[in-house]
Design a protein around this ligand. Sequence first.
Ligand code: GAP
Length: 434
Amino acid sequence: MDIKSIEKIVSLSKRRGFIFQSSEIYGGLASTWDYGPLGVEMKNNIKNLWWQDIVTSRRNVVGMDSAILMHPEVWEASGHIGNFHDLKVDCKNCKARYRADHIDISKPCARCGKTDWTEPRQFNLMLKTSLGATADSDDITYLRPETAQGIFVNFNNVVNTARQKLPFGIAQLGKAFRNEITTGNFLFRTREFEQMEMEYFIYPEDAKKQLEYWSQERLNWYKKLGVREDKLRLRSHDKDELAHYSTACYDVEYEFPFGWSELEGIADRGTYDLDQHNKHAKKKQTYFDQQNNKHFVPVVIEASAGVDRAFLTCLVDAYREEEVNGEQRVLLKLSPKVAPITCAVFPLVKKDGLPEIAEKIFTEIQTEYSAFFDIGGSIGKRYRRQDEAGTPFGITVDHQTLEDNTVTLRDRDTMEQIRIPSDQTLRELRTKLQ
Ligand code: GAP
């Protein structure tokens, strides 16, 4: 059965150590979340799969890692100080704040039931901070609202060092911050999140073709994460939805329990960003085209994804409830590439030499895959825990192992168990995970 409400994901995430509420012992901080032991493994898997797909496997995309804090004029030039707004309305009675496009102001406030709204007002989403010892206005800067600007301001540096010719891409992943008016739906919209962004620099005449190419590439990446195809779609933006820098855009969307929502935007940013920095900065950034012997500003196709949204998508998409022998079984049918643990190893009992054999198998598997050793409690409960963690395989050492040197290999999805030689467990996993 598919999941109907995000609450079940929140609760499983806490129960199994994927996600905890931030600062929970102080009552929590709204819409900020911490990744626990399983969460951080799965998040790293997603980030590594993105890096592999975008950077490592391509000849003409290079990576970088720019600072979160940037010169404040970057944000003047990029248009974020002037244009990065949402319209907000406040309830005059209970002070609840909403995005104007998320509510109908002819209707009462969802929190207090009164209909007494302020006029819609512009609200800038940049998170301010100040640097240094004085709180002077000169020291004010912002936590970056997108990682992309770190790429644009380094365009010359990368061109001069990475020996790339058009078309080529620069990619990076890292934290971004936005003072969102309304947050919610767990990890979907938060004030601190991580982005995986690539800026692909091209000749202007290739813009349409490259936008189509990257939209398909990015849609396919989510399929490679194991996300069901019928829950994914590409949607072209209407003109009135476009961001201030973009002339055309596709969203990759997923059908969450709360409706179809954006995972990633693939946008034609034109020459907007480099042009803006060329107007504001002390140094100009252009590309020298050797064939035509001239400098020009290349067009950019951007693929901008959210790590946390990809993470939430994997959890929601994998969640299943089944009835097994009259009992409910909850499992995460995660792709082995994404699952935080690939294989759990269990000695059936704590005696008769079984833990020692299991320990040896565990140590060997750990050299290549993420593994978990679990000795406590009934074997049924141990299997259920790993089903909820999304662990694709379980190996159990039992008394038959002492007789014929075989162990059981259990499949998470079918619960089928086969016997394999105890010295072939790593090889068997390799075959299954090819
Ligand atoms: N550089 C372009 C850019 O930042 P965006 O559509 O504003 O475009 C890109 O953001 C992606 O970043 C989104 O598709 C989403 O996955 C993620 N994202 C944006 N705001 C977010 C938030 N408040 N919480 C979690 N993820 C967010």
